[in-house]
Design a protein around this ligand. Structure first.
Ligand code: HEM
Length: 331
């Protein structure tokens, strides 16, 4: 299996998934159905997560096919630019969906009704419309690369409709973008500093929550710690942004790095872990945990795997840079 296989395996999920999520979101609005709305928001968040390795696998797919006869680098670059813009909107939509889920969960415990429409749902609607459009364009430009039956094998990029022409103006040129990211050592260092700050926010909040569920610091009730989760999400957002920017700056370097891909796997498993926490009843079993009370075994198991995966992400992130590059090894 090479990177082209991996890209083809992943790349239909963000496109079809976003369309399905959008359809369910619309039906939930019309039918005022809370469960359907929750399902559509979860789908948006899941698609935002799966879009990340999909995007990262593109450079490897390019490496695997670019020397083949009839493959146009120009078409690949157009597709890559379209994917950069779509990824931005996809991640914003996913973040907004998580904010809406967080609000609904707070409301279901508080005074107002979870059924009420709010700013986060309006923002999800707006951004998901744009994301569906941009993802469709990513799919068509991706299909153009190796489907002469639909493109008549054109070498030059021709934008058909007025909308495609308009959208293409907002799509970055991957080559120029990469140059921009690596133009200054200070900029690179600043991004890495932010990446570190994001990581600290994440482990400093989720890590404490996990430790409490595992039975440490039992005198603290769980719910005040759980209120810190938005800080963890902010940390993840910072890391996602700086991580994607760093990748676009040196995509080949990261693509052919095993530690990078294991780190990606650990992040995807962390996403599954979060889903297991909120969707299996584990969260409900601990949300009212008072001082001195013990969490049930399922919650403990999820907390343990979450801590393990967080440390795996940190360690693998460290190994992306080769060990010998940064310290002098005395033999
Ligand atoms: C979220 C981001 C992305 C999505 C959803 C996506 C989607 C797609 C789709 C639908 C195809 C057509 C598959 C087919 O022919 O059946 C494709 C092909 C391709 N994409 Fe992407 N793509 C993304 C990012 C990227 C990036 C960043 C690159 C980097 C250059 C890239 C490079 C390629 C290449 C080289 C192909 C042709 C693969 C082949 O036919 O073997 N993609 N992509």
């Amino acid at each position: 299996m090479n990177f082209a296989h991996l890209h083809l395996l992943l790349n239909h999920f963000p496109i079809i998934g976003t369309i399905v999520g959008f359809g369910l979101f619309l039906i939930s609005m019309v039918g005022k159905n809370q469960d359907l709305r929750k399902a559509s928001l979860i789908i948006f968040a899941a698609m935002a997560l799966i879009s990340i390795p999909t995007f990262f696998s593109g450079t490897g797919a390019q490496g695997a096919i670019k020397k083949l006869p009839g493959v146009s680098e120009v078409l690949i670059e157009r597709h890559q630019g379209a994917a950069m813009l779509a990824l931005l909107f996809m991640e914003i939509t996913g973040g907004l969906a998580l904010a809406a889920l967080w609000k609904a969960q707070g409301k279901s415990q508080g005074m107002s009704s979870p059924a009420s429409w709010n700013w986060s749902l309006s923002a999800v609607l707006l951004f998901s419309i744009v994301t569906v459009g941009l993802m469709t364009r990513v799919g068509t430009t991706g299909g153009d690369i190796r489907h002469p039956e639909i493109t008549t094998g054109q070498e030059e990029v021709t934008e058909g409709s007025a909308i495609s022409k308009l959208v293409s103006r907002f799509e970055p040129s991957p080559g120029k973008f990469a140059e921009l990211m690596t133009a200054s050592k200070w900029w690179w260092a600043f991004m890495m500093d932010l990446h570190f700050v994001g990581l600290v926010l994440l482990i400093g909040t989720v890590g404490i929550l996990d430790l409490r569920m595992l039975g440490f610091a039992k005198q603290i009730p769980l719910s005040p710690l759980h209120r810190l989760v938005p800080w963890a999400l902010a940390g993840f957002g910072i890391n996602l942004l700086t991580g994607v920017l760093a990748f676009t700056g040196m995509d080949s370097y990261y693509t052919y790095n095993w530690a990078f891909w294991f780190k990606m796997l650990a992040i995807m498993l962390l996403g599954l872990n979060v889903a297991a926490f909120y969707l299996t009843g584990a969260f409900e079993s601990v949300e009212g945990l008072g001082a001195g009370e013990d969490a049930p075994p399922l919650a403990k198991f999820i907390a343990g795997t979450s801590l393990f995966l967080c440390f795996a992400v940190i360690t693998l992130g460290r190994y992306i840079q080769s060990y010998a590059d940064t310290i002098t090894v005395h033999k």
